[in-house]
Every structure is written in structure tokens, then in C-alpha cells.
Write a protein that binds this ligand. Structure first.
Ligand SMILES: O=C(CO)[C@H](O)[C@H](O)COP(=O)(O)O
Length: 225
């Protein structure tokens, strides 16, 4: 499995050019990409990163990758990030690693968003392999859960002994739908519930998907319409 992740990460980093501002995603696959970006920096590339989590920030600092904040730049040239599900329209579920809010903000401001996955993440319909992570405020989260469940899922608070708290001080509900037939409609409905901060549906944000398989690394590029 690691081999497939490494292959996908290395292929994505081939898109990094000297002088770029890079969004640095979060997760076990992206970790390999950040490692490769660190090597480019050691080799003299002038790169600046914007991390999507405290975990990635720590890794980037340990590799001496120069960092900045989103407010300090006009655009992000390229973001490399992982995903939990990828559908045939390049729509995604993200957030099993808990960084969905910052990841979505960074993706929104990125000219290109390359998603790196192993083949197990490819699905025909979102919501069939994993639950959908939804970040909610701590305040009145049980009420928020009730409203989320009215949309047709079972919502489970993340964290076994104590709740998982995100880098933004919020909680996450993992919402099990039996497949998501209209992700656009669901994303709108979720984000209109007070207390929902963001949902893990990443719609029309990925420009490329790099899939590591046992035998090859496939690069899919979304065509502009
Ligand atoms: O969305 C994410 C974190 O919020 C991750 O990108 C996603 O969970 C994939 O992680 P991994 O590469 O470890 O499978």
C-alpha cells in the first residue's frame, strides 16, 4: 500500500516548478509528497508552502520548507493533497485525517489541485466506501447532529474516549450515508445547518487525480469545460 502512495506522491511532485507557491495537504499519502518537496528545497528550488494542518506544518518545518500564510499570497499555484474517495467526476470525500476545513480553503484558492491516492480510493459513487466527515462547532453539537441525521445518515462523533478536536477547535461527525446520489445538493443542505462549519465533500476542486496502482501510476486530468 505504501508503495502505491509513494508512486502517486512522486508523480504529483513532478508538477512542482521552481518558484511555485504550494498548498501542502495532510495525510499519510501527502506526507510522501511533502518529503519529496523537501528534497527539491534542499536542491535549491525556491518554493513556499502553505500547510493545511499543524501536523503538515511540523513536517514541512522539519524539512526546512519555507512557509507562509494564505493571506500573504495572491494565489496558490499548486496544491498536492490526498482523499478518502474519488468519483468519476473528480469529486471527493476528504477529512478522515481531520483537516478538511483548512484543506478546503486551500483547495479553493489553488490554481491546480492534484489529488494523490492509491487505487482503493476510487469509487463509482461518493459515500459508498467511507463516512462523510462533517466539522461542527462544539457549541450545541448534539443539536447539530440531529439536524444532520435528518438528511438521511447516521452521524457518529469522532473520538472514542474523548472527542477528536480539530486544529480549528471544532468536532467532527462521521456521517454514514448509503451512497450520496446528489453531492451538490447535500453539500448545500449540510452547510446551511447552523453549527456545521464545513463538510468533507470537495466538489469541482480537483484538477488532477494521480492514482498509484500495483503496476503503474495513472494521471487523470480534468478537462476544462
Ligand atoms: O482528507 C484528508 C485529511 O483531512 C486526507 O487527505 C485523507 O484522509 C487521505 O489520507 P491518507 O492519505 O492518509 O489516506
Amino acid at each position: 500500500m505504501s508503495e502505491m502512495k509513494i508512486k502517486a506522491a512522486r508523480k504529483a511532485v513532478e508538477y512542482v516548478k521552481d518558484g511555485m507557491i504550494l498548498g501542502l495537504g495532510t495525510g499519510s499519502t501527502t506526507k510522501f509528497a511533502v518529503e519529496e518537496i523537501g528534497k527539491l528545497v534542499s536542491n535549491g528550488y525556491d518554493l513556499v508552502g502553505i500547510p493545511t494542518s499543524i501536523e503538515t506544518e511540523k513536517q514541512a518545518r522539519s524539512l526546512n520548507i519555507p512557509l507562509t500564510e494564505l493571506e500573504c499570497v495572491d494565489r496558490i499555484d499548486l496544491t498536492i493533497d490526498g482523499a478518502d474517495e474519488v468519483d468519476p467526476n473528480f469529486n471527493l470525500i476528504k477529512g478522515l485525517g481531520g483537516a478538511l476545513l483548512r484543506e478546503k480553503i486551500v483547495a479553493y484558492y489553488s490554481v491546480n489541485e492534484i489529488i494523490i491516492v492509491d487505487e482503493s480510493k476510487i469509487v463509482n459513487q461518493l459515500g459508498t466506501r467511507v463516512s462523510l466527515p462533517v466539522e461542527v462547532t462544539q457549541f450545541s453539537h448534539k443539536k447539530t447532529k440531529e439536524s444532520i441525521e435528518k438528511l438521511g445518515c447516521v452521524a457518529q462523533l469522532r473520538g472514542s474516549e474523548s472527542p477528536f478536536i480539530t486544529d480549528n477547535g471544532n468536532m467532527i461527525y462521521d456521517c454514514k450515508f448509503e451512497g450520496i446520489s446528489d453531492p451538490y445538493d447535500l453539500a448545500l443542505k449540510l452547510n446551511s445547518i447552523p453549527g456545521v462549519v464545513e463538510n468533507g465533500l470537495f466538489l469541482d476542486l480537483a484538477s488532477h487525480v494521480v492514482i498509484g496502482t500495483k503496476n503503474e501510476t495513472k494521471v487523470l486530468e480534468k478537462k476544462a469545460y
